[in-house]
Write a protein that binds this ligand. Sequence first.
Ligand code: T1G
Length: 707
Amino acid sequence: MSDFVKYSIQDRVAVLTIDNPPVNALAQGVWEAVDQAVARAGADPEADAIVLIGAGTTFVAGADINVFKTLKTREQSLERSARTHALLKRLEDVGKPLVAAIHGNALGGGLELAQACHYRVATADAKVGQPEVLLGIIPGAGGTQRLPRLCGAELALQMATDGKPVAAPKAKAAGIIDEIVDGDLLKGAIAFARSRAGDHGIRKTREVALDANASRAGVEACQRLRSSFKAPKGVRAPFAVIDGVEAAMTLPFEQGSLRERELFADCVVSTESKALRHLFFAERDAAKVPDVPKDTPAGDIKCAAVVGAGTMGGGIAMSYANAGIPVLLKEVDDVALQRGLATIRKNYESSVAKGRLTQQAYERTMGLITPTTSYDGFAGVDIVVEAVFENMDLKKKTFAELGAVTRPDCVLASNTSTLDIDEFAQSSGRPGQVIGHHFFSPANIMKLLEIVRGRETSKSVVATSVKLGKRLAKVPVVVGNCFGFVANRMLAYYMREAYLLLEEGATVPQIDRVLTDFGLPVGPYGMQDIAGIDVGARIRQYLASIGKTRAEGPQSEVPDRLFEMGRYGQKTGAGWYKYEAGSRERIPDPLIDQLAAEAAAKRGIARRRIDDDEILARITTALANEGARVLEDGYASRAGDIDVIYCYGFGFPRHRGGPMFYAETVGLKTVLSRVEEYRARFGDYWEPAPLLERMVAEGKGFYDGAA
Ligand code: T1G
């Protein structure tokens, strides 16, 4: 008997415990071990019934995602799924009641395994789900056929197209779970299994017949969802789910299962799935900092303080309060403080109004935010996040004050998005405690936390920050301290190309459409109108004052002309687009084309018609080339970190895997030849990153451990 499944007999019930830490993933050998154990129990005269349970904190979190890398062709996938389907039928055909006992998570193949059992019992806090679509695949172990037979097409469609887990009580109400067990799960499951022992205890999900009304309603639900489901261009998996469930409504189980296998095979070899699986692991790897060992002491943050109650400071304070951490919110005076508090209240009240937050929860969370205009109480906090105006002198003054009013072991974090951490860290008198915590706007919503490590930041402060990032429900990524860190450093090249393409003849709506068609939620110009054209202009002014620019190459004058005109974007009713009062609808403005033509004339540029492909190629190539430079300079540990930053920070389409992964799908050879082509056409500022040249020369990629 394999170690993956422990076998015991308790009260004439065979207890099969799946044990593959940390999440009992159905890796190679685990499926087979379950198969053998169930067969053994079926033949065991000592057992009248069988319970399948997970060791540790969870039932089964699905198939082992690593396995899919081995499926290079549809045929390989079809062969593998056929084996899994046959295995699940064998489980279903064991001649004794088979009960799945669920705690923690039953996700993907884990829930499908449970669906092939005759009964499912669970603890009240357990969760069940079909998250495969988040990996660009579909339930491939019978879930599109068995789940609708248990809970109907509507819920099955919802679960398998949004990928969100469902709590056990709701799953019970829907017919997925048969009983909620209070107290000891195993004891309850054994009692349940014994109560089903005997002839009439077997209930095969695949034999649940759907009556004509249910099938018709199911087909209509599929058609409705197919026509209404919103997904970025190039995303296929949710629609494959709908096709699979529709097959369950219209075909006998065997044919429906074959249809599922075919749909799964199409998905698993797709770039969409490879990209999403890459991000699954990249997100988890991003929290592992190469030179900060797992056992590095990480402080526990019990209370915090935020300095500055502006848009970012207010959102950061909300993130702490939402995580249940009491937070002081300091402003220079009461007027500014009340303004900040009013914005926070407005945000919470809109969540209450949308039913996303109860009034009680709002009051409780708001109660965790203590407004102040002094440093009283700062001596007792574990971390301070500074979110004052982006000005070096002000940062230095603030960190000097913080160094004086906080405990020596207090973490001193800055939300700066561009300024040199090392420069103002000195002012605190303890640069080892200083670190960048770069939140993205709106800070209470955006999941990315760019953690910027200074020259003297201690490993323990890095470890504390990563742990805290997860606690704030953020995706923490640790980067080095260069100008713009990773996110904004690369963004400068993205924007440079957007500006130059405009001067050369493309239009603002065209450029934005190309990027939104590619899958971004908003294009570069729409994004700037949200973030504020003034923010970028002030950074350019600061850089000019220290003799720097954000990106090599020609600097377009158009954004600065808009700034001089007071056109900051949505907040001033006009920016790259015009906006009607109270509306966020983007209205193209011919003035922009006029400004672009004037700028082009000044630079002696002959304007031309630019096609969509060139726009996408230049912008994504600029990102990848600068990303390669960031890796080479050591400001990011892995290409995957950059992908996570762009997907969570700027909404880079996840089904493209991030800018570095996308470059790999385009082909690094093609990316390099594009850089060289642009260099010849536009100038030496298009210099290929040495790492990119080396990768191409050596036939390597960003992910094979080379970078
Ligand atoms: N396969 C391989 N490794 C997995 C895994 C999986 N399914 N799930 C988790 N891990 C690893 C993860 O990489 C990390 O490793 C460690 O476990 C802890 O995870 C046939 C085709 C269960 C909610 O999509 O959502 O079934 O970084 O850090 O925050 O139809 O893990 O420590 O080395 O995320 O407590 C469907 C994926 C698969 C669920 C726990 N299942 N997992 O979250 O821990 S496809 C999923 C999760 C499938 C069938 C199809 C979460 C979790 P390391 P963690 P966590």
